[in-house]
Design a protein around this ligand. Structure first.
Ligand code: F6R
Length: 608
């Protein structure tokens, strides 16, 4: 979604801001813009489309200055157009604002401002901020922003410059992340560390309802009530080269291939093989309560929600805990009534998903304890939960989530195993699970070695406009995830179904033009899945099976076969999801789609 990058330092701002914007491209956007200040002069430019459009517009344009603000916009109020892109400015072009989030009372504010004679140039909620800050300005930009914060409702991360306060950027946050970066070249402020990773890994997180005045050699944080805050810098593990393609044609493919390593990172230092128990330092602050927990709710959105759906089966297998899954976007509208000592676990790659944040806030209000399974260190969910476990998967740049899904599954397994070992799970079962987890990266590598074969299958079917994915139990969520991946990156319509449900409706769709991906590893569901495959075949539907290595029986029935190595039943999803990811990737490649930045999608969904 929208991205913010601001810079104040000793170098030319324009190229630094453009580079920062490019590093935010993966978040999804439809227009971009920047403003650079040179003394009392502010020059700005905006363009619809990709950053290269903005860049070519700026080609040859003189834009001197070592301070500036820049933005990628993902339209919410008003279509993608140059006038709706950010920065937005006030009537006299003194104030320039970039904004992530949504101002909920903008309509009322806009009407009021219009009655006072202010005419609007755009359809955006952000323009309201520019006019309000201009009206509230009496010489101190922080004061003007603070007063504006008290007038607006909704969420925001903003960056503001004013013609009459050269050398200063004021930033403020409520619900939309902002991070200050400290480097030898000056200070950065961004919505995402990726924007400044090339210059620094020393950061300070702004909390909700705080603002900061940032200059070349200092920054000062204060609350909306003008209380001064002292906060020291943190070091983030993010390396600039993690956000590079390193020879891969797309981030999605690179991230699919990283999975053996990211799963290794998720278990590194977290296993006690001899004891058959994982050790998870991040949850120690709540351990006494957690080990007594008998009711657990996993909340998440999208791909993370499908990880939660697999997690539920894993918790049921390894623990005595009654586990349910909540779709975060629906969860807060339920009448929540938790049994005592309920833990709600938020699963989120970005740690910023608005629906997931809203769900945990509601759960907290209703007395639940909160855990987070999050990739982005220091993100809002990691800060608002009582304890948590990081994925350690590194930056995920492809908009379609891949490596984080398998990291989330790994961590859910570790957590279930830890709790199960304090309940009825035996030492032998614990040791067996740990051995299986340790061997996963090699098994994943074996699946990846079939990429050419999966590419050939994709070439055979990519023209089909409708696909069906079927699975049972642990692999039912993989069917849904496989369908989601295919829709997202190739724009092919796909449905993910519990195989048993097929005959209750979707079977009506089966025909020779509709491929079915059947996920059928050798587990307790095998015979039932085989029957479902026969049902598809007898209606002349082509079947691509994802089955366990050496399954000759299924080979004779299906049209195409992708083999995965054998592992424990509850770990199969970590292997079966990889062919689904690759099928989606290669179909999108044959259809010439914008794989890393599919249309209309955003990496971090910070609006509800
Ligand atoms: C799908 C995808 C989305 C995210 C969802 C939740 O490929 O990326 O469905 O999984 O928006 O995002 P996080 O995990 O950041 O909360």
């Amino acid at each position: 979604m929208c991205g913010i990058v601001c810079y104040v330092g000793n170098k030319d701002a324009k190229p630094i801001l453009l580079e920062g914007l490019k590093r935010l491209e993966y978040r999804g956007y439809d227009s971009a813009g920047l403003a650079v200040q040179d003394g009392e002069k502010i020059r700005w430019s905006r363009a619809v489309g990709k950053i290269v459009e903005l860049e070519s517009k700026l080609n040859g344009v003189e834009m001197k200055g070592t301070i500036g603000i820049a933005h990628t916009r993902w339209a919410t109020h008003g279509e993608p157009s140059e006038e709706n892109a950010h920065p937005q400015r006030d009537r006299d072009e003194n104030v320039f604002v970039i904004h992530n989030g949504i101002i909920e009372n903008y309509h009322t504010l806009r009407k009021k401002l219009e009655r006072e004679g202010i005419s609007f140039r755009s359809e955006t909620d952000t323009e309201v901020l520019a006019h309000l800050i201009a009206l509230n300005f009496t010489g101190d930009l922080s004061d003007a922003v603070r007063k504006t914060m008290s007038q607006v409702e909704g969420t925001f991360g903003i960056g503001v410059i004013h013609r009459f306060t050269p050398g200063e950027i004021v930033v403020a946050r409520r619900g939309s992340p902002l991070i200050i970066g400290v480097s030898d070249e000056g200070h950065f402020v961004a919505s995402d560390v990726a924007a400044m990773a090339r210059y620094t890994n020393k950061v300070v997180h702004l909390e909700d309802n705080e603002l900061a005045s940032v200059t070349v050699d200092d920054f000062s944080i204060s609350t909306a009530q003008a209380k001064h805050i002292v906060r020291s810098t943190e070091t983030v593990e993010w390396r600039a080269q993690d956000a590079e393609l390193n020879g891969f044609p797309h981030f999605m493919l690179k991230e699919i291939y990283e999975q053996p390593m990211t799963v290794k990172n998720a278990i590194r230092g977290r296993l006690e093989p001899g004891e058959g128990v994982p050790k998870l330092g991040g949850i120690m602050p709540v351990w006494d309560k957690l080990k007594e927990c008998r009711h657990m709710v996993l909340v998440a959105c999208g791909t993370s929600h499908y990880a939660a759906c697999v997690g539920k089966y894993i918790f049921e297998k390894l623990t005595e805990i009654d586990t349910e899954v909540g779709l975060a976007s629906e969860f807060r509208y339920r009448k929540l009534n938790f049994p005592p000592n309920t833990f709600v676990i938020a699963i989120s790659q970005s740690g910023e998903t608005a629906d997931t944040l809203a769900a945990i806030r509601e759960a907290k209000r209703k007395g639940a304890s909160l855990l987070g399974i999050v990739n982005v260190v220091g993100s809002s969910i990691s800060r608002e939960t009582d304890a948590g476990i990081y994925n350690h998967a590194g930056p995920e740049i492809g908009v379609a989530s891949t490596k984080n899904f398998t990291s989330q599954l790994t961590i859910l397994t570790l957590l279930a195993l830890l709790l199960g070992r304090h309940q009825s799970l035996s030492l032998t079962e614990g040791i067996q699970a740990i051995r299986a987890l340790e061997s996963l990266p090699d098994l994943m590598q074996r699946v990846l070695s079939q990429a050419n074969h999966i590419e050939a299958i994709s070439e055979k079917y990519y023209r089909c406009r409708n696909w069906l994915f079927l699975g049972r139990k642990y692999n039912y969520p993989i069917a849904m995830e496989g369908a989601l991946k295919l829709k997202e990156v190739s724009y092919i319509h796909a449905e993910g179904y519990a195989a048993g449900e097929m005959k209750h409706g979707p079977i009506a769709l089966i025909n020779p033009e509709m491929p079915t991906v059947a996920i059928i590893p050798k587990d307790e569901m095998y015979e039932k899945m085989t029957s479902n495959i026969h049902e598809v075949k007898s209606r002349k539907g082509p079947v691509i099976a994802i089955a366990t290595e050496g399954d000759d029986r299924i080979r004779d029935v299906v049209d195409d076969l992708i083999e995965v190595p054998a592992t424990l039943d509850f770990l199969n999803p970590l292997l079966t999801v990889i062919p689904c990811q690759l099928l989606a990737y290669y179909c999108a490649k044959f259809l010439d789609r914008d794989i890393d930045k599919p249309r209309n999608l955003a990496k971090s969904v910070t609006v509800e």
